[in-house]
Write a protein that binds this ligand. Structure first.
Ligand SMILES: NC(=O)c1ccc[n+]([C@@H]2O[C@H](COP(=O)([O-])OP(=O)(O)OC[C@H]3O[C@@H](n4cnc5c(N)ncnc54)[C@H](OP(=O)(O)O)[C@@H]3O)[C@@H](O)[C@H]2O)c1
Ligand SMILES: [Zn+2]
Ligand SMILES: [Zn+2]
Length: 340
């Protein structure tokens, strides 16, 4: 089969012939139709987060495709099912963390001693075929195309989890910092849930689009947000903790700042008390990741119902290296999806 292989750290992705994976007991073989490209795929390519620990290095954790073969003992999936796989698929089941009995989430990766992670510990979805445990896959709602479902498997899953993590209440205002893969979905999720929604972006050319995605208004910084009355929730989807620090001054009393973006380099800092008196505001800082499959199912349902629509740029598999370049430059509006 053909797969997009990362030859080395900072290498340009190459479309190569690699051995076809075979489904073992309990596994299914998926013919990948499309795989979204998360900025984390680019960060892994650059070695900013761990490079895939697999040879050949094939990443990608937003794959959607069709089950074409069942391994021994599979009962929960059938040939012809349309399925997706997410970043975190399974845990070791034996370590101290696993003994807590928590669901498989993004948290599992950093606590289980041997998690199974698509495109990091096992082959990812930027390939014509992928093997996954049958019960590690999710069914894609009927009528939802692979190209639109793919971004939900990480970007949608994370941004919906982040919004829910903040527990917004009726009449609250939600700001989204960073209008990219995660952020453009976060704006739509917030808007469709009826919250007053604010986009925080550095990019003037995204202002109009942000409005179309559900932003009631757009600001360029936390200082501007404060001028505009602040927000109860700020969802940080930018990969910058310094931008998150600046945004904090736009938090209303009792507000929640949710760090979904990952900054590989800098620490998150609470601003000096004269700028922002954190000690007095009753605010909370939360993290968010893939918070459990019920959140993914809800996100998929909102997309299948047309209440939220990923904006994607679709690439042919021969163009995969160009897609990486464009994602790396932040040029894509708003998720690159590669067809296989
Ligand atoms: N928590 C999780 O489990 C999880 C899962 C997936 C991804 N992530 C993280 O989420 C973040 C976003 O991923 P993505 O795929 O949505 O990336 P993306 O498509 O590149 O979008 C990120 C957006 O953030 C803004 N931005 C970029 N660099 C910035 C900087 N230095 N300072 C301030 N703003 C900046 C830009 O928006 P504007 O042009 O609007 O300013 C950009 O479009 C990344 O950090 C990624 O690692 C986390
Ligand atoms: Zn991702
Ligand atoms: Zn474990």
């Amino acid at each position: 089969m053909k797969a997009a292989v990362i030859p080395e750290v900072n290498g340009r992705w190459e479309l190569l012939d690699v051995p076809m994976p075979q489904p073992g007991p309990g596994e299914v073989l998926i013919k990948v139709a499309a795989c979204g490209m998360c900025v984390n795929d680019v960060m892994a390519t650059r070695g900013q987060i761990p490079f895939p620990a697999i040879t050949p290095a094939i990443t990608g954790h937003e794959p959607v495709g069709e089950v074409v073969e069942l391994g021994r003992g599979v009962t929960s999936r059938a040939v012809g099912d349309r399925v997706g796989a997410t970043w975190v698929r399974a845990t070791c089941g034996r370590c101290d963390y696993c003994r807590l009995g928590l669901p498989v989430t993004g948290q599992s990766v950093f606590n289980c001693v041997a998690p199974v992670t698509t495109g990091f510990s096992v082959q990812g979805g930027h390939a014509e075929y992928l093997v996954a445990g049958a019960d590690e896959t999710v069914l894609i709602p009927d009528g939802l195309s692979a190209e639109l479902a793919a971004p939900v498997l990480c970007a949608g899953y994370t941004s919906w989890s982040a919004l829910c993590q903040a527990e917004p209440g009726p009449g609250e205002r939600v700001a989204v910092l960073g209008v990219g893969g995660l952020g453009h979905l976060a704006l739509q999720f917030s808007h469709t849930c009826g919250y007053e929604t604010v986009a925080m972006t550095n990019s003037a050319e995204k202002h109009e689009l942000a409005g179309k995605l559900g932003a009631d208004f757009v600001v360029g910084s936390g200082a501007e947000l404060r001028e505009a009355g602040g927000a109860d929730v700020i969802l940080v989807t930018a990969p910058s903790y310094s931008a998150a620090t600046e945004a904090m001054q736009g938090l209303r009393v009792g507000g929640r700042l949710v760090l979904a973006g990952i900054d590989p380099d800098e620490s998150f800092v609470i601003p000096p008390a004269v700028v922002y008196p954190f000690f007095a505001q009753g605010n909370r800082i939360l993290g968010a990741t893939h918070n459990g499959l019920p959140y993914l199912r809800e996100a998929l349902r909102l997309v299948a119902e047309g209440r939220v629509t990923p904006m994607v740029e679709v690439f042919e598999m021969a163009e995969v290296a160009d897609a990486v370049d464009r994602v790396g430059k932040g040029d894509v509006r708003f998720r690159a999806v590669v067809k296989y």
